[in-house]
Design a protein around this ligand. Structure first.
Ligand code: THG
Length: 261
């Protein structure tokens, strides 16, 4: 299971403040703590408020890269910001993300090919997020075909079936689980699957309980990666236990280590 730490995101007040003050210490600290807690990669997002998005992305990536040695998941819808982030990451990166829209794919897929890195494809098109799992799969197939054309292998494509807040749209979590399962029959080898976990609980009470319960369900449905908060100990314990119970991880070392923490 690929755990991508979500905390270096200008959506969070501490990160936003650090960007505005150009103070590297809180960013380096978040990078180190997330990796120490078990993150295998870090999401980097300048957030909605940043005025100089190019400068902010370059700055964040530089600090994270110096602090830790894991792939950086460059999280932006802007192709220019994406290029700056990929250049700063010097080849150890993940493109987050493209949608199934022609223009977004044209702008983003060549970057993944050029920098030789995996890419996250959101199941979104001009009409937005489809209602159900089948609609998500139509876009996933389009993303997969486009990647093939550009020489990006299926295993370098992470399909993100777009999880939305359960308190607003209660039918979505089950459709996303269905989509995760369906992805495995799109090709051989199939594309990988990912979700931005914390979306599911935005605006809800008992966020951590919702997050960890849903992550376990998604892992059982075949999820390969999650953008989530590795500083949430109970979340990390739950995912490790789930992998042991699904025979995807050897019972013993990891499990006992997680439990003792
Ligand atoms: N898919 C992909 N990338 C993504 C997402 C996704 N990147 C961004 C996001 N979704 C995943 N990361 C977050 C980070 C924070 C929160 C949710 C998802 C979050 N933030 C608090 C909130 O909005 O309530 C902020 C609260 C605070 O300020 O402390 O929940 O789906 N590919």
């Amino acid at each position: 299971m690929l755990i991508i730490g979500e905390r270096i995101n200008g959506m969070f007040t501490d990160v936003k403040k650090a960007i505005q003050a150009q103070d590297p210490a809180p960013i380096a600290d978040l990078a180190r703590r997330q990796v120490a807690a078990g993150a295998n990669a870090l999401d980097i997002n300048v957030g909605p408020a940043s005025r100089d998005k190019l400068g902010a992305m370059q700055w964040l990536v530089g600090i994270a890269k110096e602090a830790v040695d894991v792939p950086l998941c460059i999280d932006t819808a802007n192709a220019e910001v994406m290029r700056v982030g990929l250049e700063a990451a010097e080849g150890n990166a993940i493109v987050n993300s493209t949608t199934g829209e022609e223009e977004r794919m044209e702008a983003t897929l060549p970057l993944a090919a050029e920098f030789n890195c995996p890419i996250i494809g959101l199941t979104i098109d001009a009409e937005g997020v489809p209602r159900d799992a089948n609609g998500r799969m139509e876009i996933a197939l389009r993303l997969l075909m486009a990647c093939m054309e550009k020489g990006i292998s299926a295993t370098d494509l992470y399909i993100d079936a777009v999880i939305l807040p359960v308190n607003a749209l209660q039918q979505v979590p089950i459709q996303v689980l269905e989509a995760i399962k369906m992805c495995k029959s799109l090709s051989d080898p199939p594309p990988q699957t990912i979700i931005g976990l914390s979306n599911v609980s935005q605006g809800a009470l008992y966020r951590e309980l919702l997050n960890r319960t849903y992550l376990v369900m998604a892992v059982a449905s075949g999820l390969d990666a999650a953008i989530c908060d590795p500083l949430d100990d109970e979340l990390m314990e739950a995912v490790i236990a789930a992998e042991v119970l699904l025979n995807r991880n050897v019972y013993c070392d990891d499990f006992i280590k997680a439990y003792r923490r």
